[in-house]
Design a protein around this ligand. Structure first.
Ligand code: ADP
Ligand code: MG
Length: 697
């Protein structure tokens, strides 16, 4: 991670009038570290304070500026109100209500004072009122103009008032005028074609919009200057990802021949036929592997669409050409499951495997490391432990990253670097079950080729989902009993509800004990993050073999776990989970031919958002639809799992809101790469703080 200090040189450090140490500290909390950051800190909404309204014409529910003289001030003894003023103009009067009053305010709020107030008007007990209005003292005979433009309201933080932010942005806008780093970068041809204003015009507009612009247009981000800013930022991201791709493709890779004995033999050994979609993706991969530059392909497929087989096929292509292939999974549990499945598939073909994870220690670890280094291990599975310092591959030709949405762009980049061998790059296959809408995929994964598995294996029956309050637990337990009597198996998931791992595991343990009391005849297993690898593995194996019928688990089983006979899933505290997590969890059932059920238990009262999520889950099992809703409810940063790493933190753009301009962004990116490569560097420096890191990937 780049530290705040070593900013790229074009980003001016704070040398702005009005920014002292204290203010700088507050600004840092808003992630504003330079004048440029401040200029890209856009208002979240606007107010029209350009006209003073007659008090008699005020309507409740509307925001307004009024000006009048304080007639009476009272300090009620009872109730929350500390101060009540009556403000009067020529047409009528309104009450100003305060629940707390600072000393300087009570000095001002005295009968006879002339005030200009701004706030929402409400119907109060004594008539129309404003609660805690913003107010300004008007001195007689001194002309104080109303705001000449709409008033921006900025995302703020404690210690930084709107007043301060407005003052600072005014200074910043003045500073910008003669600042070389704010020169216009976009070619005139592009601006003219799209009739877009220049960067400076756009910034002036969004910070201080003219009074004739309807506030609603601004709030909906409909104005050209707003789009102009998002456009430039999206363009910078797009170009940077394309550059990563071009650079990557310029690398050499290990040539794969065409012998397909092993991989074909493997496909024949499977107890099922590949779906059309799987066959198509395999063909795409085969083509990539025959090229002289490294493959960089993302396979998107809903939970249960059968991505593992595809990974195995690609890995066998490496093996039959005499190379090593490695696959990395995001959790121990999933890595261990892959290990089991791959041993079953590959042992009959005589393939040597190695396994590495944080749980593999001492002698087992040393022997795995040796066999990887000597090239004895052909297929290597594990967690991100695979890419730690100590691991040296002998001739790694392919890296598979499973459930990549759990890793984020940053790790993706890291892995790519780690994978570099002496004179070639390994091919890369990344797999994800987070289906994201196409335009978004094109933007976020512009550095990857994308394959989609848009078909589930045949014979699956759709999952029925019900949403129930905790009060109906008994019913759910009765259902579990029935399901187990019919020979089916059940997951009971206790989501992480505490910050502490220990507490979560205790909660799962207690739930298991409670269920055992109520279901004494049923064999219950338990799996949580604090168990040792062998214990987890053991519990998982017992469940897989049908020895245990009910598996109580924390969300460690979220990704990838595959037990086709399990057909009921109960998720406790479902209201606390996000849509994609719920979808991932639910994907653990519905893998066999019997009808499956998912019960989402919740603790009332439900927030509006939680209610919405649970409704979506009840109504659909379509991963793409769920992803779309998830995006709308949470925004792309969360959905793509990048919020924490800040990888996709846009300054002004919003992939969903601005999705309609993505096609022109893509077109302009191609044009600029072909004809105006001189602006690429400054553009990236302006918009991508981590420009250098991106460049290295
Ligand atoms: P995911 O895409 O979620 O990783 P998996 O690869 O775990 O899905 O596959 C889910 C299950 O479907 C596994 O049991 C797998 O063996 C099985 N499977 C995969 N492809 C097919 C197919 N074409 N026909 C039938 N079953 C399949
Ligand atoms: Mg999987």
């Amino acid at each position: 991670m780049r530290s705040k200090k070593e900013k790229t040189p074009s980003v001016a450090p704070f040398r702005l009038r009005g920014v002292g140490k204290q203010i700088a500290k507050h600004l840092a909390r808003l992630d504003i570290h330079s004048v440029q950051d401040l200029l890209f800190h856009l208002p979240s909404r606007y107010q029209d304070r350009t006209q003073i309204q007659a008090i008699r014409q005020l309507l409740p529910g509307h925001e307004a500026v009024v000006e009048g003289v304080v007639k009476a001030v009272s300090t009620p003894r009872q109730g929350r109100t500390k101060l009540l003023c009556e403000l009067k103009d020529e047409t009528g009067s309104i009450w100003l209500r305060f629940f707390h009053v600072l000393p300087f305010q009570s000095d001002i709020l005295k009968p006879g004072a002339r005030l200009r107030c701004y706030h929402e008007v409400r119907q109060g007990p004594k008539g129309l009122e404003m609660i805690h209005p913003e107010f300004q003292v008007i001195i007689q005979d001194k002309f104080q103009p109303v705001d000449p433009h709409l008033t921006p309201i900025y995302p703020a933080t404690e210690g930084l008032s709107q007043y301060t932010l407005r003052k600072l942005t005014t200074n910043a806008l003045a500073w910008m005028e003669n600042e070389p780093s704010f020169v216009e970068l976009l070619p005139l041809a592009v601006l003219q074609k799209l009739s877009m204003p220049t960067l400076k015009e756009a910034l002036r507009f969004v910070h201080r919009p003219p009074r004739d612009i309807p506030v609603s247009h601004l709030v909906e981000n409909k104005t050209l200057p707003q789009k102009r800013l998002a456009f430039e930022e999206l363009l910078a991201h797009r170009i940077s990802l394309l550059q990563v791709k071009h650079r990557f493709q310029a690398q050499g890779s290990l040539p794969f021949g065409r012998s397909e004995k092993l991989s074909e033999k493997f496909l024949k050994s499977l107890p099922f036929q590949l779906t059309q979609a799987q066959q198509r993706v395999i063909a795409e991969i085969r083509q990539d592997l025959n090229q002289a530059h490294p493959m960089l392909r993302l396979v998107q497929g809903d939970v249960g669409s059968g991505k593992t087989v595809i990974a195995a096929y690609a890995m066998l292509q490496a093996v039959e050409n005499g190379y090593q292939a490695a696959m990395m999974a995001p959790t121990e549990l999933l890595a261990e499951q892959h290990d089991r499945v791959f041993r079953r598939w590959l042992a009959p073909l005589g393939i040597k495997m190695a396994f590495l994870s944080g749980n593999v220690k001492s002698r087992a670890r040393i022997s795995a490391l040796k066999s990887i280094e000597r090239g004895e291990a052909q297929v290597i599975l594990g967690t991100h432990a695979l890419f730690q310092e100590a691991v040296t591959f002998s001739r790694l030709a392919l890296v598979v990253v499973d459930e990549q949405h759990r890793f984020g762009v940053h790790q993706r980049a890291l892995l790519r670097q780690k994978g570099i061998q002496a004179d070639y790059y390994p091919h890369q296959l990344v797999m994800t079950a987070t289906p994201i809408p196409r335009t978004l995929a094109m933007s976020f994964y512009a550095d990857l080729d994308v394959s989609v598995i848009d078909e589930l294996p045949p014979g699956r029956t759709p999952i029925m989902t019900s949403v129930m309050t905790n009060a109906r637990r008994e019913e759910v337990i009765a259902r579990i009993r029935e399901a187990c009597e019919e020979g089916r198996q059940v997951y009971w998931v206790c989501p992480l509800i505490e910050e502490s791992d220990v507490l979560n595991c205790q909660a799962a343990t207690r739930t298991a004990e409670m269920l055992q009391q109520q279901l004494p005849e049923i064999k219950i297993g338990l799996i949580h993050g604090r168990l040792r690898a062998e214990e987890k593995e053991g519990a998982m194996r017992l469940f897989q073999q049908g020895e245990t019928k009910l598996l109580v688990a924390t969300t460690v089983i979220e990704v990838g776990v595959d037990v086709p006979n399990a057909s009921v899933m109960v998720i406790e505290n479902a209201e606390r989970l996000g849509l994609s997590q719920l979808h991932q969890l639910r994907g653990r059932v519905g893998r066999g031919a019997v009808a499956s059920h998912c019960v989402l238990l919740y603790q009332p009262p439900l927030s509006a958002l939680a209610k919405e999520r649970l409704t979506v889950m009840r109504e659909t099992t379509d991963g793409f639809h769920i992803a779309q809703r998830d995006l709308e409810l949470r925004g792309p940063g969360e959905v793509l799992g990048t919020r924490q790493t800040g990888d996709l933190a846009f300054k002004v753009a919003d992939l969903i809101r601005d999705s309609e301009i993505l096609p022109i962004v893509h077109e302009a990116a191609d044009f600029i790469i072909k004809q105006h490569d001189e602006i690429i560097q400054p553009l990236m420096r302006r918009w991508l703080e981590k420009g250098e890191e991106y460049g290295k990937v």
